[in-house]
Design a binder for this molecule. Structure first.
Ligand code: PLP
Length: 353
């Protein structure tokens, strides 16, 4: 017990996956812990979780539950591609920078082609250039456009931007994949229905994040085009992503979706980030790098300030995006955590004059 307490990380804004399990997810997992139940997803909790997602998305989508986002993204992309195809994504995309080549691995060689664009969002002219610059047999044929919502630097694609991107993709015969590790944060920030920024805007498959939103483990792969989900269950099994005690992965989704806990958690995290951005903006020598739209705040500050802040015991990343410090809020972040961090940044920057 003592070790557990000492093992806790304080003063942390490193990631939303440092947070624990929210009460609603925890209770739903406990509620599923009764007696013997069929394995591998053939159970009432998994059925209900799928049904909840169909209601949330207002469509008869096909749903699969996997352990993490890397698996969700790479298996979803693999199901859209053949080995000689390519996926177009932003240069900062998680699939490109943080999945250790899993999308390429699970698709047996599909190549990721990255484009840039300001604020973590791809520039559509660039996307079109990459799609059309070659059509010969020597070029990996573009097959999927992958976008991240919210992006890796905490910005958002508007419903119109997603629609326009999808129209462009369709025009060239590409499918549209969305990495939604922080999809809930996007939904509440844009104040839209989940359908409006997915299938109604042309998205074929969404990888919906659970862990960063407050669950222990688990992401949902949501196929809006059921044809694309053909044999996806085999892919999950082969990749070691089919949970035998599936109810403990699926039941927490019921706890998250029923009563809107997933949105409540996301709204709280976003609000904490907004409060933090306001406080940090007021500090001399510190500037917020991107529009604060989801649950992160990226700041530019002198290296000495960052070092002083780390020295004072604060945890944050500085390797995500294009430099700068990333402060990430979660369902568990409190207002007082935010105020204390802002105060620490103020101290760290004034101490060095
Ligand atoms: C965290 C994250 C994922 C999933 O990462 P895992 O560690 O594999 O669960 C996917 N995409 C983005 C943008 C993320 O931030």
């Amino acid at each position: 017990m003592k070790e557990q307490i000492q093992n806790r990380v304080h003063n942390q804004f490193a990631s939303d996956n440092y947070a624990g399990i929210c009460p609603e997810a925890w209770q739903a997992m406990q509620a599923a812990n009764v007696g013997f139940v069929s394995s591998y997803g053939d159970d009432i909790w998994t059925e209900r979780a799928c049904q909840e997602l169909r209601e949330v998305f207002e469509t008869d989508c096909q749903v699969f539950f996997v352990f993490n986002g890397t698996a969700a993204n790479s298996l979803a992309l693999a199901s859209l591609c053949r080995s000689y195809h390519s996926v177009i994504c932003h240069e900062l995309a998680h699939v490109e920078t943080d999945e250790c080549g899993a999308p390429e691995f699970f698709s047996n060689g599909t190549k990721l082609l990255h484009v840039n664009g300001p604020g973590g969002k791809f520039d559509l002219d660039e996307v079109e250039r990459v799609i059309t610059r070659r059509s010969d047999i020597h070029y990996p044929r573009p097959k999927v456009l992958s976008l991240t919502q919210a992006t890796e630097v905490g910005t958002l694609y508007t419903p119109d931007e997603i629609k326009i991107a999808s129209v462009l993709a369709r025009k060239h015969g590409l499918r549209v994949h969305m990495d939604g590790a922080r999809f809930a944060n996007a939904v509440v920030s844009l104040d839209v229905s989940p359908a409006d920024i997915t299938w109604r805007a042309g998205v074929d498959v969404l990888c919906l994040g659970g862990a960063k939103n407050g669950m222990a483990v688990g992401e949902a792969v949501v196929f809006f085009d059921r044809e694309l989900a053909n044999e996806f269950d085999y892919r999950c099994k082969q990749a070691g992503q089919l949970a035998s005690k599936m109810r403990f992965i699926s039941a927490p989704w019921i706890g998250m979706l029923e009563g809107g806990t997933w949105l409540k958690n996301a709204r709280h995290a976003n609000n904490c980030a907004e409060l933090l951005a306001q406080h940090l903006t007021a500090i001399d020598g510190v500037s917020v790098m991107y529009p604060r739209q989801a649950n992160s705040v990226f700041v530019e500050m002198p290296e000495r300030t960052a070092t002083a802040l780390r020295g004072a015991g604060w945890h944050f990343y500085s390797f995500i995006g294009s430099g700068g410090a990333r402060f990430m809020c979660s369902w568990q972040t409190s207002e007082s955590d935010v105020i204390q961090l802002a105060e620490a940044v103020r101290l760290a920057s004034s101490a060095i004059g």
